[in-house]
Design a protein around this ligand. Structure first.
Ligand SMILES: [Zn+2]
Length: 314
């Protein structure tokens, strides 16, 4: 297995987990003084590429002290159970609302199979391995760990999901943001900069909490966000404003279409039009069919999440 990874800055590596497609789902490797930590893991099928990255970088498996899970959605945490089997000294840090699902992933598995089917689960996610409880530690808000001499701080960040945490890396002035600081694909970069959109994923999307979380994170005055989808971006107040604007844009679409007959399809169409409009204004020249292809998965998930949110608030 040939790993694909990007050495970015300050001993941080962005690993392409090669889940679904390239340049889509990242895991991160943070190093200092011969010690290392993973942030997120991709899914079960991503584990060989994570291990191959360690091998290529001559990092021994004994040197990995931590696997930090931003939240338990499977593109972030699905590989944790398999990965930790190969890392004898590692413990897992996870939000308190996610811990039980890592120890016993049966509910997660059933949920995914219910939504996507057994075939998708096997083909794209592979498997889910339970983790021994003594290797799982709850990451408390404001709690810190050190990788070598490098301090990483956990921040409780509800909004995308209630089991979401972010990690503040003071050394690089960067936030490992999971899905909390949005999704931004490099193919939509233009001279105007990056395009950031909100993954309004089911079942815990909460726009109000999310906006409060973004404000809380901006108080750190970050320079970078290390996004799961995808790679590092510069992140400043304009980025935060763009993300907030599109959270509002997405919920406006959902509210407007709340009572339409085929609501899910209508919201999907609404989101697609909205996204094509913002890429156009952003100066994206990628042809329409390619944009539709890149957005397809996100639109499906976002529409589902908005539907759940409408039902919860009706
Ligand atoms: Zn997520």
């Amino acid at each position: 297995m040939k790993p694909i990874y990007h050495d970015i800055n300050d001993n941080i590596t962005c690993i392409d987990t090669q889940h679904i497609r390239k340049d889509f789902v990242a895991a991160y490797l943070i190093e200092d003084k011969g010690r290392a930590a993973f942030v997120d893991t991709g899914c079960y099928l991503s584990v060989p590429t994570l291990l191959a990255t360690l091998d290529e970088k001559n990092i021994s498996r004994d040197a990995v002290d931590f696997i930090i899970i931003t939240h338990i959605h499977l593109d972030h945490a699905g590989g944790a159970g398999e990965l930790i089997k190969h890392l004898p000294n590692a413990t897992i840090y996870v939000h308190e609302r996610g811990a039980q699902h890592l120890a016993d992933p049966s509910k997660l598995r059933a949920g995914v199979i219910q939504v996507y089917g057994e075939l998708f689960f096997k083909q794209f996610l592979g498997d889910l391995i339970p983790i021994e409880e003594n290797r799982i530690i709850i990451a408390k808000d404001d709690g810190e760990i050190t990788v070598g001499d490098r301090v990483l701080r956990f921040i409780d960040t509800p909004g995308h999901a209630r089991h979401h945490l972010c990690i503040w890396d003071e050394r690089s002035s960067g936030i490992f943001s999971g899905d909390t600081l949005g999704v931004s694909y490099r193919k939509f970069d233009t001279e105007k900069g990056v395009l950031i959109i909100p993954p309004t994923t089911p079942v815990q999307f909460d726009p109000q909490e999310w906006k409060e979380t973004i404000n809380k994170l901006m108080k750190l005055k970050p320079k970078y966000a290390y996004l799961t989808h995808y790679n590092r971006i510069h992140f400043d107040q304009n980025s935060a404003d763009m993300l907030t604007q599109h959270i509002n844009g997405f919920i406006d679409i959902a509210k407007e279409l709340a009572n339409t007959k085929n609501r899910h399809k209508a919201i999907k169409d609404g989101l697609l039009n909205y996204l094509l409009d913002i890429t156009n204004k952003h100066g994206v020249t990628l042809d329409r069919s390619q944009q539709v292809k890149l957005f397809k998965g996100d639109i499906e998930i976002c529409a589902q999440g908005l539907g759940v949110w409408l039902d919860r608030n009706s």
